[in-house]
Design a protein around this ligand. Structure first.
Ligand code: FAD
Ligand code: NAP
Length: 503
């Protein structure tokens, strides 16, 4: 097999468009693309040209001969995907270019946020000759969860910031860092200076675990813990108590695996990463030996993805185990289940991660701080209790309301129709207002998933512009001060290397 897609795939589809023989699947025009855990090279048709290697923003594609011992699993994963016969075109799909009518004044778009969804939206607008984009970001550093979410030891994934840097440097883009829309600049000011405003504000909060004891000290959300170890200014000053031997993570998505790994991996392995120095110091002094990751459903419904499970199993110095009783009688042979069946029973000593299933949290027990998690066993009358001094709830992120726009509190998103903001009370479109990324779709998907999402919204915006629905701006775009790093405290907890933007 000539080339293989490995763990750090972010699914942005760059490789698909580079491939001369359309051997990387699923392609962005395939309905399976949005839900795919990664992309896969067909070993039978790959011509070994290496074009995909150059196109990939995160160095996820390797020639077969360069795979390390742990990456060999991806050789099988790529090949297995292509064993299922599917119809496919001979050549990779070509995305139609945006067609823009001359409306007398070049298109001017404000984008709120600078995460992947924002930057992919900017990239799409800037394919239009003469178009101008103003990006407004509340933090003094750009790129959203690429810096403040992606685990610091996922170094290859973090390299996607180079791709975002290239978008940022395009003529026509102005970046306003340290500018919070709704506080420093209003929606109306943005609308006065642009044809349209695109909100790419992500999902800054989290779903709350609604059980007794969830407010006890020692219970933290993944949003808080991830923000802490990545130096997000909202969370960097937190003191996390790592003086206990066991932590429990509730929920088993990819964020839960990130958290479990960061809490157990040898801190020396993080030393050269972009982890916040205070978090690294705390991890060096940590007494945590075991992290138990608890899913409320069976292993066949685990929310983590196969590539991340492969990566977790390869964490040096950490034993990954699963209780045999949790796998007994589980039907199916999908690759994730097969991999789970190869894991050892939970170890009883050393740094270790234990995966548990079918345990639904009922309460966090403890007098003045968390001491144990009480869980109901699915399908059984008995409960279980897992002693733990640190409990992390990793049950999903949640978008916050955007000032002046409608809000769907159940889904934590801004209601929209293909990216056009819609008032659910009247079903009317809110003029000039659009959404992309997690605030549009909810908190799911990889970095690259946001690319197609943003392209769809910008296509809708351009249709509205062509139809004369976006009045010409009455004023110049709002100018801002240089990033007020000192005023906000800045990302002072990020390493000097990150602050210099040298990735
Ligand atoms: C912990 C974690 C780890 C992840 N790891 C991976 C991974 O390894 N690989 C992968 O493919 N995907 C990963 N993802 C998923 C990926 O990060 C998301 O798909 C992606 O970041 C969502 O993009 P977004 O632009 O919608 O939101 P975000 O990335 O959250 O960007 C939103 C931006 O808007 C800014 N903002 C918010 N409000 C305002 C305002 N009022 N004014 C100005 N700016 C504002 C924020 O500061 C932020 O910069 C991870 C997600 C999480 C939570
Ligand atoms: N390396 C990567 O590529 C990477 C890394 C991190 C994140 N991401 C992506 O970012 C997105 C967000 O990840 P995420 O882990 O935050 O979310 P997620 O994948 O949606 O997982 C949420 C988990 O919380 C559980 N849960 C929800 N409500 C619960 C409750 N009340 N009680 C107990 N458990 C509950 C869910 O269980 P049920 O399934 O039973 O609902 C699920 O296990 C995902 O698309 C993920 O793939 C990618």
């Amino acid at each position: 097999m000539p080339h293989v897609v490995t763990q750090s795939c972010v699914g942005d589809g760059s490789c698909v468009h580079a491939c001369p023989v359309n051997c990387i699947q699923p392609t962005p025009d395939d309905p399976a693309f949005e839900l795919a855990e990664m992309l896969h090279i067909d070993p039978a048709t790959c011509v070994d040209c290496g074009a995909c290697v150059t196109a990939c923003p995160v160095d996820a594609i390797k020639p077969h001969a360069q795979l390390d011992e742990h990456e060999r699993a991806f050789e099988l994963i790529n090949a297995a995907y292509h064993r299922v016969p599917r119809k496919r075109a001979l050549l990779a799909p070509v995305r139609p270019r945006l067609t823009v009518r001359d409306r007398g004044q070049a298109l001017r778009v404000a984008i709120v946020g600078s995460g992947p969804a924002a930057m992919y939206a900017a990239e799409e607008v800037l394919t239009i000759p003469g178009a101008q984009v103003s990006v407004y970001e509340r933090l003094p550093q750009p790129y959203g969860l690429v810096r403040t979410g992606v685990a610091p030891d996922h170094r290859r994934t973090r390299r996607v910031s180079h791709q975002l840097d290239r978008i940022r440097q395009r003529p026509g883009l102005t970046m306003h860092l340290g500018t919070e829309v709704g506080r420093d600049v209003s929606h109306q000011q943005l609308l006065d200076g642009h044809h349209a405003v695109v909100y790419a504000v992500g999902a800054a909060s989290d779903r709350r675990l609604d059980v007794p004891g969830a407010e006890l000290p020692g219970v933290l959300s993944a949003t808080e813990l991830v923000g802490w170890y990545n130096g997000h200014p909202d969370h960097a000053d937190r003191v996390v108590d790592l003086s206990h031997r066991r932590a429990v993570v509730i929920g088993n998505g990819n964020v839960a695996l990130d958290v479990a790994r960061i809490l157990t991996v040898d801190p020396d392995a993080l030393a050269e990463s972009e982890i916040a120095p205070a978090a690294l110091d705390a991890l060096r002094a940590s007494r945590i030996e075991e992290v138990v990751v608890v899913g409320r459903r069976g292993p066949e419904h685990a929310a983590f993805t196969l590539p991340e499970l492969v990566g977790l199993r390869a964490t040096p110095g950490v034993t990954l185990g699963v209780a045999a009783e949790d796998l007994a009688g589980v039907p199916g042979d999908d690759p994730k289940l097969e991999l789970l069946r190869t894991l050892a029973p939970p170890a009883s000593a050393g740094r270790r991660i234990t995966l548990r299933f079918r345990l639904a949290p009922q309460a966090i027990a403890g007098d003045d701080r968390a001491g144990a998690v009480e869980l109901a066993v699915a399908g059984g009358p008995a409960g279980q209790r897992i002693e733990a001094g640190l409990v992390i709830t990793s049950i999903g992120y949640r978008g916050l309301p955007v000032a002046g726009l409608p809000y769907d509190a159940d889904a934590g998103i801004v209601p929209n129709d293909e990216g056009r903001v819609v008032d659910p009370a009247t079903a009317a479109v809110v003029p000039g207002s659009y959404v992309v990324g997690w605030i549009k779709r909810g908190p799911t998907g990889f970095i690259g998933t946001n690319r197609a999402c943003s392209q769809d919204t910008i296509a809708a915006l351009v249709d509205d512009y062509n139809a004369g629905l976006l009045p010409a701006p009455a004023a110049a775009p709002v100018a801002t001060e240089p990033p007020p790093v000192a005023r906000r405290g800045g990302l002072r907890h990020l390493t000097r290397r990150a602050l210099a933007g040298s990735r």
